[in-house]
Ligand binder design. Sequence first.
Ligand SMILES: [Zn+2]
Length: 72
Amino acid sequence: MSNVAKDTKAITTVQCPTCKTKVEWVEKNTHRPFCSKRCQQIDFGDWATESFAIAGEPALDAETLMQGYEEE
Ligand SMILES: [Zn+2]
């Protein structure tokens, strides 16, 4: 292997399951493997309301989906 890491100081990075942003696996990232609290909540809402999940709409939150559903 010749592609040695240049300036990564042995920090593990993971992909945010929600938005695919690279997340450094470090103490300060309390929401890891998510990049933020928002992405963490989106992911939880996603599996909780699986039947409402809309691909390509990661900004949609579960509460909005639930409200829309109740009105029908
Ligand atoms: Zn994210």
